[in-house]
Design a protein around this ligand. Sequence first.
Ligand code: GLY
Length: 578
Amino acid sequence: MKKKIQPFLYLSITVSLFTAFFAPTVNAQSFFKNHPQINPFQYEIVKEKTFQKAAVTSAHPLASMIGVAILQEGGNAFDAAIATQFTLAVVFPGAGNIGGGGFMLARKNNGELMGIDYREAAPKKASKDMYLDAQGNAINAMSKEGASASGIPGSVAGMISTHAYAKLPLEKLIEPAIELAKYGFVISEREAKGLNSEKANFLRNSSAPSAFTSRTWKSGDTLFQPDLAATLLRIQEKGLAGFYEGPTAEMIVKEMNYSGGFISLEDLKNYRPKFRKPIEFEYKNHHVISFSPPSSGGIIIAQMLKMIAPFEVEKMGLNTEASVSLMVEAQRRAYADRAEHMGDPDYYKVPTQTLISDAYVKDRMKDYQPGVVGSSKITQAGIPHESEQTTHFSVIDAEGNMVAITTTLNDTYGNKTIVAGAGFLLNNEMDDFSVKAGVPNMYGAIGGEANSIQPGKRMLSSMTPTLVTLNNKPYISIGTPGGTTIPNQVFEGLVNIIDFKMSIKEAIDAPRFHHQWIPDVLALESDFPQDVADALTKKGYKVTKRGRFGRMDGIKYNADGSLSAAGDKRGDDSVAGY
Ligand code: GLY
């Protein structure tokens, strides 16, 4: 399906503005001058397409197209991923970011795996009870809005670490983002609505008005972000120091001082990404690779897929009473373990290997009775004995290198605070910590000691960038945003492909369901079949219907070596390739 962004009357205005701004300053290296096929003022959303060699799928058409242009200029999947991430920071302010963090999972064509954790970290001034009042009650807004909610951003450092595996100069990979921020691009209706609905929050939380608050937006308007362009230029010129030191760092700290934030210049200077060993496991002849703690995602999908592996799910059918009941009971058990056992492995001993071991998972399902509705009062976390608005994008290059990145500000538009003069939104990732044992975060998830706050510690995530190989060859790259629903979405997406033999597009668009142990509620998307919802209610599940969740993007190899790329029907997600 192709959908055109309608710039309406603004096209001629924006195009001429573009020419006026752009022409006098253009240099020979200008990305858009060299890539006239990509027009920031008129572009199409492409939901599904098959490509012969390489593909990128992301939350925004411009980001996907720029990723592919970088591949065609001789870059590999890492180059394309870096260019895509920086572009998303401009064209998708709600979740694409430089003020947040994420996880980069990759498999090189020689089989080498890598996981770069550029999750935000708690500032040095953070403490276990920092979000509690004098009576010990959680102060709800403090971990969710304004500077106080931010962890130290990791995205820029994450991309610079990723660059070690890339081929092209970093400056080249940031250039398209700088030009989009400086010379503008046409926004979609979805973005216009998002910016309008947050305008009052942006103005309340930020120390100064910003590009986002400059008007009431509508589809087809051009968004210019000169402050962000200047920040990106500093990163382009100085690398890490362009963000973590100097003017950008000083502007972040000034914003902290304006509204009670905790991040210091020292915190920024000391931030480093970490390399993590990916989670690997087998599911029905497929080798699944996903992210390890501080993301809960890899462990959870390993547990859930292993829990349902003994059952003939394919015979039960997609979104039937039988398949949903089985998968929900697996979700209940895995999410109970998430609450108890998962956190930053550098601060809490996460029994990862035990949690994903066949024996432990089998034991967790020993009280499962097909057809019987479980209870989250009875099902508690297991006792292992030792011997995670966000956005996802996938890249596969012509050599078969696969990169899956999920990156986040946490809530849509993060902490609703734009760093004055620097032009970017900060995250509200501190809310992903357990601010107090048993007190739910914005996703209703609870936690305890494993995910309590400590200076330097990284908050538990649900982000689940995932790769699959088949017969030791690259097969699938997939992931999605959606807070605690993420592992369940990836779990269901993989079952849709592997068990129900659906195309990547069908698998991504299928109605989803979500159970996270507590609350003991089965959430169904609004287009989930009503007859099955009724049957599940009758059976005893506490069923709620909610709007759509997630925006899954994926790429899958076909038997003939071509690549099918798909963008979720739920957003402006779009594919590109060649
Ligand atoms: N902030 C969403 C996650 O990391 O799970």
